[in-house]
Design a protein around this ligand. Structure first.
Ligand code: S3P
Length: 447
C-alpha cells in the first residue's frame, strides 16, 4: 500500500484536450464502506457487502477488524464477507492498528474499541499523525475509556483502554463532525441505556441509518434550526445484514466538475448516493448555473441513489453559506476549481474544519489555485475565488498527502490553458482507486 510501503512518489500531469464523454461508475462510498465493515464486525453472524470501496483507507479498516477478532474475507470484486464477534466482543489486537491516511477509520474504530474491555494502539501515516484526536477521546473518556499513552497534543500514536463498564452519556459535539458522533454511537452500543449526541449542524447520518439497518434503535430529532439530537438505545443484538454500497458522491464530484468545465462534455454517473447530508456540492453547482439531471432514482439499504447526467455549462460565482459546509465538507477543493472557471466571485464561508482534514485543506486549496494563476483569497475561515471563465494553469501543485487536492488539481488541468502537474498522485488510491483510468476512459488526458 502506498501509505505503508514506501511506494515511489508519482507525479502526474493533466492537459486540456477532448471533451469528456461516456458512462462511468465511480467506486463505492467511503463512509458507508468503513461503517459496513465495522458494524459487520460488531454483529453476530455473517454480513455480506457488495460494492465495497477497495481503497487503502477502507482496506486498513478491514485489516483492523481482523486484528480485533472478526473474520473478514474478500469473496470477489467489491464483495466482502464479515463474520462478526458481537457488540463489545472485540479481542485485544496483537500489534498496533495502522489506519494509514484515514481519520474516519481511526476515529470510528476508537469508538468501537472504547466500548470493549481491551486496549489497542492506534497509528497512521504522517498526515494522520498531525490530526486532532482529542475531539473523539474527550467524549469517549466520559463514557469510561482512557488514554494510556499519546503523542504530544493527544495525537497518534495513541494507546486506548476501552471501558469495562461503558456509560451512556449525553454530549454536545463542539464541531459538526460525523466522526465524533459515530465514535460515540459505536461506543454507546456497549453501554446500558441511552447515549445521546447533540449537534448544532447536522452531519452525515450514515451511522444512524446503518445502525437501524442492523436492528439497533436510533432516534433522530431536529435540534434548533440546523441541528439534530440522536439517541441510541445501548446493548442491542446487532443482526448481520447485507449492504450494497452506492457510488461515492464525493468521488463523483471530480468527473462531474470535469464534465461541467471541459467544452462539449456529456457524462453519465450512475448509482451515486443522494443522501441530502452529502449533496451540498450539487446544490451549489446548480446555483452556479449547472444543469445536472437525475435519472434512474432508487433506494437500497436505507440510502437513496441516482444517476447524474452532466454536460458542459457556463457557471457564475455564488455565495456558499456556512450552514452548507457539513453537507459538502469534502467537496470544497473541487468546488474551488469550478469557481475558478465561473464568471464572478464565489465566496465559501465557514471553512474552519477544512484546516484539520488530510492536509490544511483551506491553505492547500488556495495554493493549488494560486500557482495556476487564479485570484484567490482566504480571510478568516472564508475562501473567495475570483473566477474569470477560464484559468491559466501551468502550475506544480503540492498535494500534502491529500487525495482530494490531487484529484481537484488534475481536474483543473483538464480545463486550464496550460497543463497542471501534481507532485504526488499516489494518495488518490486512499479513496478513489482507478481515478486516473476512469478519467482517461472518459477522454481525459492524464499522464
Ligand atoms: C466522514 C466525515 C467527515 C468527512 C470524512 C468522512 C465520515 O469528517 O470529512 O471524509 O465518514 O464520517 P468529519 O466528520 O470529521 O467532518
Amino acid at each position: 500500500m502506498h501509505v505503508n510501503s514506501n511506494s515511489p512518489i508519482t507525479p502526474m500531469t493533466a492537459r486540456r484536450g477532448r471533451p469528456l464523454a461516456g458512462r462511468a461508475r465511480v467506486p463505492g462510498d467511503k463512509s458507508i464502506s468503513h461503517r459496513a465493515l465495522i458494524l459487520g464486525a460488531l454483529a453476530v453472524g455473517t454480513t455480506r457487502i457488495t460494492g465495497l470501496l477497495e481503497g487503502e483507507d477502507v482496506l486498513n479498516t478491514a485489516q483492523a477488524m481482523r486484528a480485533l477478532g472478526a473474520r473478514v474475507e474478500r469473496t470477489g470484486v467489491g464483495a466482502w464477507r464479515v463474520d462478526g464477534v458481537g457488540v463489545a466482543g472485540f479481542a485485544a489486537p496483537a500489534g498496533p492498528l495502522d489506519f494509514g491516511n484515514s481519520g474516519t477509520g481511526c476515529r470510528l474504530v476508537m469508538g468501537a474499541v472504547a466500548g470493549c474491555p481491551i486496549s489497542a494502539t492506534f497509528d497512521g501515516d504522517a498526515s494522520l499523525r498531525k490530526r486532532p484526536m482529542r475531539r473523539v477521546l474527550d467524549p469517549l473518556a466520559l463514557m469510561g475509556a482512557h488514554v494510556i499513552d499519546a503523542a504530544e497534543g493527544g495525537r497518534l500514536p495513541i494507546s486506548l483502554a476501552g471501558a469495562r463498564d461503558p456509560m451512556p452519556i449525553l454530549y454536545r459535539t463542539p464541531v459538526p463532525s460525523a466522526q465524533i458522533k459515530s465514535a460515540m454511537l459505536l461506543a454507546g452500543l456497549a453501554a446500558p441505556g441511552v447515549t445521546t449526541v447533540i449537534e448544532t449542524e447536522a452531519s452525515r447520518d450514515h451511522t444512524e441509518l446503518m445502525l437501524r439497518h442492523f436492528g439497533a434503535e436510533v432516534k433522530s430529532e431536529p435540534e434548533g434550526i440546523h441541528g439534530r439530537r440522536i439517541s441510541l438505545t445501548g446493548q442491542p443484538e446487532l443482526a448481520p445484514s447485507n449492504v450494497a454500497v452506492p457510488a461515492d458522491p464525493s468521488s463523483a464530484a471530480f468527473p462531474m466538475v470535469a464534465a461541467l468545465l471541459a467544452p462539449g462534455s456529456d457524462v453519465f454517473l450512475p448509482d451515486v448516493m443522494t443522501n441530502p447530508l452529502r449533496t451540498g456540492l450539487i446544490a451549489t453547482l446548480r446555483e452556479m448555473g449547472a444543469v445536472i439531471v437525475e435519472e434512474e432514482v432508487r433506494h437500497d439499504g436505507g440510502e437513496a441513489m441516482a444517476g447524474f447526467r452532466v454536460r458542459h455549462c457556463a457557471l457564475r460565482g455564488v455565495e456558499v453559506p456556512p450552514q452548507r459546509a457539513p453537507a459538502m465538507i469534502d467537496e470544497y477543493p473541487i468546488l474551488a476549481v469550478a469557481a475558478a472557471f465561473a464568471e464572478g466571485t464565489t465566496v465559501m464561508r465557514g471553512l474552519k474544519e477544512l484546516r484539520v482534514k488530510e492536509s490544511d485543506r483551506l491553505a492547500a486549496t488556495a495554493e493549488m489555485l494560486r500557482v495556476n494563476g487564479i485570484d484567490v483569497e482566504i480571510s478568516g475561515d472564508d475562501l473567495a475565488v475570483r473566477g474569470r471563465g477560464h484559468a491559466a494553469g501551468g502550475g506544480l501543485v503540492a498535494t500534502h498527502m491529500d487525495h482530494r487536492i490531487a484529484m481537484a488539481a488534475l481536474v483543473l488541468g483538464l480545463a486550464a490553458e496550460k497543463p497542471v502537474t501534481v507532485d504526488d498522485a499516489g494518495f488518490i488510491a486512499t479513496s478513489f482507486p482507478g481515478f486516473v483510468e476512469l478519467m482517461r476512459r472518459l477522454g481525459g488526458d492524464l499522464a
